[in-house]
Design a protein around this ligand. Sequence first.
Ligand code: AMP
Ligand code: ZN
Length: 114
Amino acid sequence: MDNCIFCKIINGEIPSQKVYEDELVLSFKDINPEAPAHVLIIPKKHISSLNELEKEDEHIISHVFMVAKEIVKELGIEKSGYRIVTNCGEDGGQTVPHVHFHLLGGRSLQWPPG
Ligand code: AMP
Ligand code: ZN
């Protein structure tokens, strides 16, 4: 997708601190971390938001969570705990229109979020 910052990270036009990659997903460190551990997990397929998710994308999204399960072990936050968040639309605070999952941990997180 032209002009999508996350598609540019996927194709290497914009550098990132890669945490994990396979044929379906990419994970990299968030450039503006909100917690000691803050990575993004994104599908390689450009999907603008959860609103645009199709039935055929189901396996990608479930794969995201299987990958997250492995990343939390590498980050050492499996036992202490963590949160996975997807922001959608204006009220949800989505700023990048390529669906992504924030994985946050390494500190005690507030609930409910602001
Ligand atoms: P959201 O506000 O939910 O759309 O999240 C977008 C996230 O992408 C924010 O946490 C940003 O800090 C992060 N972000 C934006 N540009 C980059 C980048 N070039 N590399 C890594 N993370 C980024
Ligand atoms: Zn994209």
